[in-house]
Design a protein around this ligand. Structure first.
Ligand SMILES: Nc1nc2c(ncn2[C@@H]2O[C@H](COP(=O)(O)OP(=O)(O)OP(=O)(O)O)[C@@H](O)[C@H]2O)c(=O)[nH]1
Ligand SMILES: [Mg+2]
Length: 162
């Protein structure tokens, strides 16, 4: 299985990748950190999954080199699962890409990351309502502390079993 981490720039994809695979990547606050992509693997229920940390993109119509790399990762090879990482403080902008990818009818998991900052800003997200509205399973994470990573694994497990 090939699992792709997709999302806007600077939303925490590489930190999630690190949490899932144990592979350290240089993460900085500067958007566009992931220019090429990184590949790792995780084992779930004895199954080995290839997991790819894509550069950030705002849409499926690339506007620079990094976005082109991300879109090609999605378009040029069969993807079995998209983990779409979104910045919970900026849902509206982030969901644009989500809705574009949903059109592709590839199994997808939506991860609301940076829930810590959202809370600080007084933003509360009704994940059940969101999940029902968009028809995609939703999890919440704080990548830097590891909160919710177990839920991502569990959701992957459910999808792998299907
Ligand atoms: N407070 C907080 N910071 C986070 C969280 N997740 C990631 N960060 C920080 O956000 C910044 C961006 O994280 P990255 O993992 O590099 O983001 P990315 O999506 O891989 O970025 P690009 O590769 O540039 O698209 C880093 O400084 C992280 O430490 C989170 O849940 N909470
Ligand atoms: Mg990155």
């Amino acid at each position: 299985m090939r699992v792709l981490l997709m999302g806007n720039p600077n939303v925490g994809k590489s930190v999630i990748f690190n949490r899932l695979t144990g592979i350290k990547v240089i993460a900085s606050n500067y958007p566009g950190t992931t220019i090429e992509f990184l590949e790792g693997s995780i084992r779930i229920d004895g199954k080995k999954l290839k997991i790819i940390d894509a550069p950030g993109t705002y849409s499926l119509i690339p506007s620079d080199k990094a976005e082109e790399v991300a879109v090609n990762l999605l378009m040029r090879e069969k993807t079995d699962l998209i983990i779409n990482i979104v910045d919970a403080t900026n849902l509206e902008r982030n969901l644009y890409l989500t809705l574009q990818m949903r059109e592709m009818e590839i199994p997808m998991l939506l991860d609301l990351n940076m829930i810590d900052i959202a809370k600080e800003q007084g933003i509360e997200i009704n994940t059940t309502a969101l999940q029902e509205e968009i028809g995609i399973p939703v999890v919440s994470t704080v990548a830097i502390s590891g909160e919710g990573i177990q839920e991502i694994r569990q959701s992957i497990r459910k999808i792998v079993k299907r």
